[in-house]
Design a binder for this molecule. Structure first.
Ligand code: SF4
Ligand code: MG
Length: 289
């Protein structure tokens, strides 16, 4: 039986964030050594800490997959839902109480394959959710099958001769569907990713932060990308900022990861518009009585 007090005292030497925001009785995580998901979960927690959000008013919603286990480790009001449906649950929570900060943590398969329709319609609706995608280009939990973000020609158990599909750019897909904040980070770029998540939470409207994660166990091994350090080193050496990318040709940008704030717009946020409509209807009814 785990003694939570002991774990908290041991963790105090490591990080205050663990004691303040995590459920030590559920740690260590099930994630493989070198998985990028732990880094990105920590980025989310740091963004929450930096913004001074209340644990009670912050809701973490996840679907199914390696990344979705984050909701179990984080000590907020959390809900670990069904595959692809995190945004549907999050929409209900936000509509029931628009004052809550609702953060969805999802994998690339979960959010852009089975949950793809929820993603594009929530983006179109511009509902005030923050979606953090742990994008490792694979279905890690079920054995490394190819996902909508697996690169063309990549090898996986379901594309043993190379993936024929082109991959989704999740951040731009959501922007095209109407998201008013879309950004990209990486597991390597911790400081930048924390600040992109922070700004995404502060933004009033649908925010998505697509964060390149690493899955050395499946994607890395199948595609001979080396170990976890090699994969993070690749992110370091192949990322270009939005500002730098603007000066590069499409040819120069091939195979690069463009990181930073990609798009931000101001449209009316859905729950705000919904409340406004209700107030107007009540006023009209009172006027008619
Ligand atoms: Fe991470 Fe991949 Fe292991 Fe899942 S299978 S925990 S994504 S390294
Ligand atoms: Mg994945």
């Amino acid at each position: 039986m785990i003694n939570t007090a002991d774990v908290r005292s041991r963790n105090a030497k490591v990080s205050n964030l663990i004691n303040k925001y995590m459920r030590p009785e559920h740690l260590p995580t099930i994630w493989c050594a070198g998985c990028g998901n732990g880094i990105i979960m920590r980025d989310v927690v740091q963004a929450i800490e930096n913004l001074g959000l209340s644990r009670n008013d912050t809701i973490i919603v996840s679907g199914i997959g390696c990344s979705s286990r984050a909701a179990g480790y984080m000590d907020f009001n959390t809900i670990h839902t069904t595959h692809g449906r995190a945004i549907a649950f999050a929409t209900g929570i936000k509509l029931a109480n628009p004052k809550l900060e609702v953060i969805v943590i999802a994998g690339d398969g979960d959010i852009s394959a089975i949950g793809g329709n929820h993603l594009i319609h929530a983006a179109r609706r511009n509902i005030g959710l923050t979606v953090v995608v742990m994008n490792n280009n694979t279905y890690g939990m079920t054995g490394g099958q190819y996902s909508p973000t697996t690169a063309t020609d990549s090898i996986s158990p379901t594309t043993p001769f190379g993936n024929l599909d082109r991959s989704f750019d999740i951040a731009n897909l959501a922007f095209g569907a109407g998201a008013s904040y879309s950004a990209r980070g990486s597991a390597y770029h911790v400081t930048q990713t924390i600040s992109l998540i922070q700004e995404g939470i502060r933004h009033k409207g649908f925010s998505i932060i697509d964060v390149a994660s690493t899955c050395p166990t499946y994607y890395g091994r199948e595609n001979k990308l080396g170990d976890a350090v090699d994969m993070l080193t690749w992110q370091r050496d192949n990322s270009v900022t939005v500002e730098k990318a603007a000066k590069m040709t499409p040819e120069e940008l091939k195979g690069k990861l463009v990181i930073g704030l990609l798009h931000q717009n101001q449209y009316k946020e859905f729950t705000f518009a919904y409340e406004e409509m209700i107030r107007t209807l009540y006023k009209e009814r009172e006027g008619n009585e």
